[in-house]
Design a protein around this ligand. Structure first.
Ligand code: STX
Length: 320
């Protein structure tokens, strides 16, 4: 039965503060922000945020028992508190995998749990495929493998059939003659020399994603698109990764799935996820038969939805 009385605070752990934060130079260009919270002697878990370009969030700490986990979070290149802000140079999937590994080495951790949703699931899988011996488990949500079909579905034609109202603003920001390739049209604007052109495009791009992330759209979520500091990094970095096909061959994750067959994998997927439709979770589950898939019947994409959050906490608690 649909549960409308449980709130997110009923299923997540209370908000805690980090016990340590810092900045780690990772290349000639970039320095990334990191934080640790929970129990310094607990099981290490690396939290990989979405977007790319979304940045870490204090609320992500709440998905772990703070007495059991050493919760490590970072802002990927160019977003959150990482510097330089919204920088696209030297910003690739391989660079992010390198940064995760550098964090692990810097903290003297041998192996860790890897937790990520959406783009965070993409990057978690690519990381685990390169460093399977470092990955204790994969705790994944809203599976995104960033194939052409997934990008076409969300940014061109697919989700538009379910959210025609929200899609209109995103599409109509682009002149008719360029609408046949919206990612390309947005890329031109998001990399324009004119800051106002960049900001206006970032707002529409981000608004589209925020409007479609929840089963029941929520105004506070939509406000993220109004926060241009967030929106410019989010939109620019996402679009840069997508126009470059995430710097990997098509279907890289499924093509290299054998290297992670032995790693415990948990998949939490909203049935009505319009941003990252359930087909990708299903295909990943089929390709990794030992994986545990929970298809959440009353949820969309966001990890902030109660029934998704409940399943994620149940996964992290299962190791306590
Ligand atoms: N991008 C999906 C994704 O990773 C295609 C994502 N969507 N929203 C987010 O991430 C935030 C929660 C980081 C805003």
């Amino acid at each position: 039965m649909l549960d409308v009385t449980t709130t997110i605070d009923d299923v997540l752990y209370p908000l805690i503060e980090p016990y340590e934060t810092g900045m780690l130079p990772v290349s000639d260009v970039h320095t990334i922000a990191w934080e640790k919270s929970g129990n310094p002697d607990g099981m290490p878990v690396i939290v990989i945020h979405g977007g790319p370009g979304g940045g870490g969030q204090p609320a992500y700490r709440r998905y772990f028992d703070p007495s059991a986990y050493n919760i490590i979070q970072f802002d990927q290149r160019g977003c959150g508190k990482s510097t330089p802000y919204a920088e696209l140079e030297d910003n690739t999937t391989q660079a992010s995998v390198h940064d995760i590994e550098l964090l692990r080495e810097t903290f003297g951790i041998d192996e860790w749990h890897v937790f990520g949703g959406s783009w965070g699931s993409t990057l978690s899988l690519v990381y685990a495929q390169q460093y399977p011996e470092r990955t204790l488990s994969l705790m994944l949500r809203g599976i995104f493998m960033c194939r052409k079909s997934e990008l076409h579905w969300f940014y061109q034609d697919g989700a538009s059939h379910i959210f025609p109202d929200a899609f209109e603003g995103y599409r109509e920001h682009i002149p008719h003659e360029e609408q046949s390739d919206l990612i390309k049209a947005y890329y031109t604007r998001l990399t324009s020399d004119d800051v106002e052109v960049r900001r206006a495009a970032a707002k529409e791009w981000t608004r589209w994603e925020m409007a479609t992330s929840r089963l029941f759209p929520d105004d506070s979520y939509l406000e993220k698109a109004e926060d241009l500091d967030f929106a410019v990094a989010f939109a620019r970095i996402e679009c840069h990764y997508f126009i470059n096909a995430i710097f990997l061959e098509e279907a890289h994750i499924l093509n290299h799935v054998d290297s992670i067959q032995h790693i415990p994998m948990h998949i939490v997927q909203g049935r009505y996820d319009v941003v990252c439709p359930a087909r990708s979770a299903w295909e990943l589950h089929k390709a990794v038969p030992s994986s545990q898939l929970v298809l959440v019947p009353d949820a969309g994409h966001s990890m902030g939805e109660v029934s998704i959050a409940r399943e994620l906490v149940s996964v992290t608690d299962s190791y306590c």
